[in-house]
Design a protein around this ligand. Structure first.
Ligand code: CP
Ligand code: NVA
Length: 302
């Protein structure tokens, strides 16, 4: 069974193969060539417990382009919303569909679904990780910088679900990763220990300017993720805004990345996200191509 639950579950070789396939499918789509339809005659259920623009639309379009039928299922419309177990939902859906994607609050919902399903399950974001986002981001980095080898990526802000998947990617691809966050918002210590045990070069900073020096990729995300309390975050993150001054302290050819949705004036200034170094809409586009390659690997057998 080929689930795609987290970056850490796959070898670097498997992930690179998926990224290569994503680049091939992107080129084929752009050239108008007819593309393979590994999902022909197959259906994919997409469960969402939280809102989504990119993930929902890119999966729905991607499944259709691969010849499959997407089924959009809001958890509030399913019997899960009335208390039916995840296990029973997984067993039932597995009798109808060929794969399940899920966006949920609790990471355990994803893993329970995967344990009970008899079809592949794909993580479409949990409070702990967002692997499909990072596949699209890696594709974007390769497009812009030619390779991941020797690159330095700097994450600014909250040590959240997206940061966690970047840490896992650093362990699998060997780029250098710096993480600058305010006190109390560092990524999970166990995850950092795991990544370093796998040989990842991940360094924590408390100063954003020091963290971006000579870095070619600057990444940030919202200060308040879905399901988080706003609390004192706006004050806590004040010195962790990606603005023009911070970008000027990075490498001259640095790109700016953000998974979106973004809050201009909070984690990033309009000048940066709408400026020449920003690749945020390439990242959003690559969600389509990267996820098609993930689907082809999980369901289509390539
Ligand atoms: N980046 C991302 O996952 O966006 P959505 O929440 O719109 O799916
Ligand atoms: N960290 C953000 C990512 C949204 C795509 C969140 O979980 O809300």
């Amino acid at each position: 069974m080929r689930h795609f639950l987290d970056i850490r579950d796959q070898s670097g070789e498997t992930l690179q193969g998926i990224l290569d396939h994503a680049a091939e499918m992107k080129a084929a789509l752009k050239s108008g060539a007819s593309t393979a339809q590994p999902l022909a005659g197959k259906s994919v259920a997409m469960i969402f417990e939280k809102p989504s623009t990119r993930t929902r639309v890119s999966f729905e379009v991607g499944i259709s382009q691969l010849g499959g039928t997407p089924l959009m299922l809001s958890s509030s419309d399913l019997q899960i919303g009335r208390g039916e177990s995840i296990e029973d939902t997984a067993r039932v859906l597995s009798r109808y569909v060929d794969a399940i994607t899920i966006r949920c609050f609790d990471h355990a919902t994803l893993t329970t679904l995967a344990e009970s399903a008899t079809v592949p399950v794909i993580n479409a974001l949990t409070a702990r990780s967002h692997p499909c986002q990072i596949m699209a981001d890696l594709q974007t980095m390769i497009e812009r910088h030619g390779s991941l080898v020797g690159q330095t990526v700097t994450w600014i802000g909250d040590g959240n679900n997206v940061a966690a998947s970047w840490i896992e990617a650093a362990a699998r691809f060997g780029f250098h990763l710096r993480i600058a966050c305010p006190d109390g918002y560092a990524p999970d210590a166990e995850l950092l220990a795991w990544a370093r045990g796998e040989g990842a070069d991940v360094v924590l900073y408390d100063d954003a300017t020091a963290a971006v020096a000579d870095s070619q990729t600057i990444v940030t995300d919202v200060w308040v993720s879905m399901g988080d309390d706003e609390g004192t975050r706006a004050q806590d993150f004040q010195n962790f805004q990606v603005n023009e001054e911070l970008m000027a302290a990075a490498a001259g050819d640095a790109i700016f990345m953000h998974c979106l949705p973004a809050w201009r004036g909070m984690e990033v200034t309009a000048g940066v996200i709408d400026g020449p170094q920003s690749v945020v809409f390439d990242e959003a586009e690559n969600r389509l191509h990267a996820q098609k390659a993930v689907l082809a690997w999980c369901v289509g057998g390539n």
